[in-house]
Design a protein around this ligand. Structure first.
Ligand code: CA
Length: 232
């Protein structure tokens, strides 16, 4: 540790969600030494806020948290992003649950752990994630068990392909590229149907209704009153 540690040119943000301040500080210390920007949250609720605001490259999530627990935190993260997650677990029973729930955690570390080991795991996850995300996979997680693959033009829900009409797929892809942003019906018409399309707002509503029907309740496609729609 110390001033000689080489730092990454652009700091990558990691959110550490851990209610034990001693452990959180220790993890934060070592990750900062390794060149990461670290944001600490003492609760799942606060952690999810930080996650939304700062788009971290990875989240470290303690299983046992006050309020919503680590499992629920990861479930909510997974509803909107495929960002890698590393669990901190306290007991053997928690490990079983981490593995059994198939929440999509990328790794876990059992307390007590060596901070150096934790940093090594974090770096391994980030190394592993990059080429896969860039080359092999064009799949984006957009909802609970719902993915869209824009290269293959395929949407899947609960691991089954969902048959979508061309414009339904185009609309879903446009939403997926603008996760978390409220879009007006006019913006959607312009982007998906083109500027010279003479349909009206109901065209969008009909297609949204079809997407909701075909992809089910796991699709976080919200109606934003007075505006239009928002995915995520
Ligand atoms: Ca805890």
């Amino acid at each position: 540790m110390g001033a000689m540690t080489p730092r990454a040119p652009v700091e990558q943000t990691i959110v550490v969600i851990e209610d034990d301040g001693h452990i959180a500080d220790l993890v934060g210390l070592y990750l900062r030494e390794a060149g990461f920007r670290v944001l600490q949250a003492p609760s799942g609720e606060r952690g999810l806020e930080l996650f939304e605001q700062h788009h971290p490259v990875l989240a470290i999530v303690d299983v046992g948290l006050p309020g919503i627990d680590g499992f629920e935190v990861v479930r909510r993260i997974r509803q909107r992003s495929a960002t890698p997650v590393l669990f901190l677990t306290a007991r053997d029973g928690e490990i079983d649950r981490v593995l059994g729930l198939e929440l999509g955690a990328d790794d876990y570390v059992t307390k007590p752990f060596s901070p150096r080991e934790l940093v090594a795991r974090v770096k391994a996850i980030l190394r592993r994630g990059q080429p896969v995300a860039n080359a092999a996979s064009t799949t984006i997680l957009i909802g609970e068990g719902i993915t869209i693959d824009t290269a293959r033009r395929e949407a899947r829900a609960a691991d089954s392909a969902v048959a979508l009409a061309t414009k339904e797929f185009d609309l879903l892809a446009h939403f997926a590229n603008n996760m978390g942003i409220a879009l007006t019906r006019q913006q959607l018409l312009d982007a998906v149907w083109g500027l010279d399309f003479f349909g009206d707002d109901r065209t969008v509503d009909v297609h949204v209704r079809q997407l909701r029907k075909k992809l089910g309740d796991g699709l976080p496609l919200a109606t934003v009153w007075g505006i239009g729609y928002r995915l995520g």
